[in-house]
Write a protein that binds this ligand. Structure first.
Ligand code: AMP
Ligand code: MN
Ligand code: MN
Ligand code: MN
Length: 277
């Protein structure tokens, strides 16, 4: 059982890296990647926990990219987490997250949230501050009912607490991952709310920029979407990946490792020799 996309408290996940690994092992996952947003800080702790559980662990990260004015997510897998071009690149995104957080804080304070920046900083601790942290404030202060409503009303593009910033360029993110010896995967192509035409353009741009694979099966895809994504990947000579995008046990509909197999005979990223080390 393979799961190559999951989050911890180092970004917007609810479990520490150790708790995540323990839960994955309990669920029967045999190969796990931790892929926090724009940070590799959780990998050391996760690897320590994995050694105790005896499951295979793959270094991972989910890098925020701005492409054609839109946000894309690049999952990096099986890289050297000490590579300085990668860590320098991630440091610029972490800086961008911090300055964005200050601007979002001002906006949610206008909605009635008190002391927003200090509270998200305390909440995130040694992890990256993400929009779901602000969603939690809006819920805590009784302004929104749940995470979905907080995004729908306030945090998504075009809403009153949204702040758009420039993430990494597509080519740069792929270069950081591959320069560190890793595999670059376009995360959840059906998860951006794109039209079919824009989705096709994004996969094509990703392939042209030298990307390696596309995430085909996630915790929220249906078989039709998976078959379509696999066909698009195959058309561009890209391999396929699978990953739940697990964030929290409260997302009861989405479990670690509960993923379908890649459709047809699409080449799997985990057959790459870089996965064997
Ligand atoms: P950020 O990278 O800080 O802008 O936050 C992105 C994260 O917010 C994603 O990885 C999801 O976990 C979450 N997210 C994004 N859009 C939505 C949405 N419409 N509803 C719920 N969660 C969302
Ligand atoms: Mn997330
Ligand atoms: Mn994502
Ligand atoms: Mn994710």
């Amino acid at each position: 059982m393979i799961d190559l996309h999951a989050h911890s408290t180092r970004s917007d996940g609810r479990l520490t890296p150790t708790e995540l690994v323990d839960r994955a092992a309990e669920a029967g996952v045999t190969t796990l990647a931790l892929t926090d947003h724009d940070t590799v800080d959780g990998l050391t702790e996760a690897r320590r926990a994995v050694d105790a559980q005896g499951i295979a662990f793959i270094n991972g990260v989910e890098i925020s990219v701005t492409w054609q004015g839109r946000t894309l997510h690049m999952v990096g897998l099986a890289f050297d987490a000490q590579d300085s071009r990668l860590t320098d690149g991630l440091a610029t995104l972490q800086q961008a997250r911090l300055s964005r957080a200050a601007r979002i804080a001002t906006k949610v304070e206008k909605l009635g949230v008190a002391n927003a920046l200090a509270r998200v900083q305390a909440m995130a601790g040694n992890g990256q501050i993400t929009r779901p942290h602000f969603a939690r404030l809006l819920i805590e202060d009784g302004i929104c009912r749940d995470n979905a409503q907080a995004f729908k009303r306030h945090l998504r593009p075009g809403r009153d607490a949204h702040v758009s910033i420039e993430w990494a360029p597509l080519e740069a993110a792929i270069g950081w991952i591959q320069g560190a010896g890793g595999i670059a995967v376009l995360a959840h192509p059906v998860g951006y709310g794109f039209s079919g035409a824009w989705r096709a353009r994004a996969i094509e741009a990703f392939a042209q920029a030298g990307g390696d694979g596309v995430e085909i099966c996630t915790g929220t895809t249906d078989r039709q979407q998976e078959v379509t994504a696999a066909r698009d990947a195959d058309q561009h000579g890209l391999a396929g990946s699978i990953g739940s995008d697990f964030h929290a046990p409260e997302q009861f509909w989405l479990a670690l490792g509960r993923l379908r197999e890649l459709p047809g005979d699409l080449r799997a990223v985990w057959h790459d020799p870089r996965f064997q080390s």
